[in-house]
Design a protein around this ligand. Structure first.
Ligand code: FAD
Length: 521
């Protein structure tokens, strides 16, 4: 689409300065460098905003949205803007105005009895974790691998967290939303003034709207409820290691049975050898050759790190006796697979923050930045990371077949194949194919982009669609959802036209464009 009108942007910024204060309107190149896709070569600026504006209240945000609507200026919103791997703080439309909600970072409630919190969008996982800990609340928070992102932004992206409320994306409940006309809406029970169950009951009297504001561009979320769980007596980390690539089939089928009967909860992840190696080491520690890492080297990495070809990362949480019972069941089930070893370590929630392994800490609900190093497989500190993440049934044989196809395509592009299966529910998983690159190397970066384009298309042909996509692939990923001659797209476009007729909110998010910018227009 064409870039936004510069005169309109300039007028809008003058008016926004009067709303938020000039110091909260950033429009100098040095200031904006923090708000681009951090994993793109510095000479690329496809997703750089014209300016970043930083409101501190809902009222300021409402005024900004009204100004943008009047002038027809496109906005893009982030909460913390740490969406690294998917475009970071970059905007889908180059030259849009980014609204950064980092200053709206109050934790409004933590309720130990009903086990929930109510937060503003700028609140990070680390901030909420620390507030729970410092307030002496006996609660746990389901967190993602990297804790500097926001509870709201990550959840709105269908972000994956690993404790029980991460399963089926159960944690968010009840939102407050600024609409494109500047009005304020509360979803669910929050629609009733003074309602006491806003962040406790997931439905509404009528259609439930929370989902409508997730991975969409229909509103800007300014408050969100998030469910927490009571601290358990015991956390147990099962160490399940398999030695053969083909074991994926039985591992996944066994996992499904144990998730369906409730033995395993949360979002267990099954990491391939290279999937683990990226979190602990660099490629050059193992191999310096061009092209994909040979199988013999993968076997050596698996043996030296003690992770085989596959290792699970998950935990069992609960009363000690219950955890023992579940672990015994899990050990018998996985132990029946030839060559698979099963061990386990326990800790109490008090011990969790001092665990040596960052991966264990995450499944114990302790966020940090330690796992960010997985982007550095090729480029070290200049390492970029981009995933291709189709949703797959939680069934071993089709998952193995799909990974065989994906591996062939990735290796044809000369890249290392590393995948992680995240069982987001008992029936389906997100099969993350991670691609790392040195973003100082433009050609290598371009090669990864091309490879992902191929993966989206080829997997689409096989009946697999992505759960989330980088700014560069949102349109392509959305194109795969074409059933009924794009009936889904036409429906969400009709909603877009109705709730945001000027098309100012995050144009192009998830491939949803305002009428004026649609390819056919
Ligand atoms: C090495 C590595 C590991 C990662 N591990 C994980 C992981 O374990 N789990 C996971 O989920 N992700 C993971 N990611 C991806 C990503 O970095 C995180 O999800 C990150 O938390 C997202 O940033 P954020 O929370 O600040 O969201 P933001 O950047 O603030 O928001 C993300 C998007 O949501 C929308 N949005 C944000 N706020 C609002 C709002 N208030 N109203 C309306 N729309 C809004 C916007 O479209 C925005 O672009 C990983 C990335 C890397 C590189």
């Amino acid at each position: 689409m064409s870039e936004p009108d510069e005169a309109a942007i300039s007028t809008a910024l003058d008016r926004i300065r009067a709303i938020v204060g000039a110091e909260h309107v950033l429009d100098q190149p040095a200031e904006l460098s923090e708000y681009r896709d951090p994993f793109q070569p510095t000479v690329w600026d496809d997703y750089t905003p014209a300016a970043v504006v930083r409101p501190e209240s809902v009222e300021q945000l409402q005024e900004i949205v009204r100004v943008a609507g009047e002038l027809g200026v496109p906005l893009w919103t982030h909460s913390q803007g740490r969406n690294n791997g998917y475009g970071g703080a970059g905007t889908r439309t180059k030259g849009a105005i980014t609204i950064s909600l980092r200053r709206m970072n109050r934790i409004l409630e933590i309720d130990s009895e009903l086990c929930y919190a109510l937060v503003e969008p700028g609140v990070s996982w680390i901030q909420l974790y620390e507030a729970i800990r410092d307030g002496g609340h006996p609660l746990m928070l389901s967190v993602p691998d990297i804790g500097w992102g926001s509870v709201v932004g990550n959840s709105l992206e269908y972000g994956i967290t690993y404790l029980p409320h991460g399963q089926d994306f159960m944690a968010p409940c009840g939102m407050e939303v600024v609409l494109a006309n500047g009005e304020l809406l509360r979803t669910g029970m929050g629609a009733q003034p003074g309602n006491r169950s806003w962040n406790l009951y997931r439905r509404s009297f009528g259609p439930s709207l929370d989902q409508l504001f997730m991975q969409s561009n229909f509103g800007i979320v300014t408050k969100m409820g998030i469910w927490l769980q009571p601290q358990p007596e015991t956390i147990l980390f099962p160490r399940i290691v398999a030695q053969r690539e083909r074991d994926l089939v039985e591992l996944i089928d066994t996992l499904r049975v144990l998730m369906l009967d409730g033995t395993i909860s949360g979002v267990p992840t099954l990491l391939s050898t290279l999937g683990v190696a990226t979190t602990l080491t660099k490629r050059s520690d193992w191999y310096d050759g061009d092209g994909p890492i040979p199988d013999a080297v993968i076997d050596r990495i698996g043996a030296e790190l003690g992770v085989g070809r596959w290792i699970f990362r998950t935990a069992l949480w609960g009363d000690d006796a219950l955890v023992d019972h579940r672990f015994d069941k899990l050990r018998r089930a996985f132990g029946a697979i030839p060559g698979v070893s099963v061990a386990g370590d326990k800790c109490s929630p008090d011990e969790a923050p001092s665990l040596a392994s960052a991966a264990d800490r995450v499944v114990a609900g302790v966020p940090s930045l330690d796992l960010a190093q997985m982007a550095g497989w090729y480029g070290g500190e200049h390492g970029g990371h981009m995933s291709f993440s189709p949703v797959v049934p939680l069934q071993g044989a089709p998952m193995y077949e799909l990974n065989t196809v994906l591996r062939r395509l990735v290796e044809q592009a000369g890249l290392d194949y590393m995948n992680i299966v995240m069982a987001t529910g008992a029936r389906s998983a997100v099969n993350v194919v991670g691609n790392s690159f040195d973003f100082d190397d433009e050609q290598a970066t371009r090669n990864v982009y091309e490879s992902i384009r191929t993966l989206v298309t080829e997997a689409g042909r096989l009946g697999y669609g992505e759960y989330r996509a980088h700014l560069s692939f949102m349109d392509l990923a959305a194109d795969q959802y074409s059933w009924g001659d794009h009936a889904y797209r036409r429906f969400v476009e009709r909603i877009k036209d109705a709730v945001d007729p000027a098309g100012i909110l995050s144009p192009g998010k998830q491939g949803i464009w305002p009428a004026a910018n649609r390819p056919a227009a």
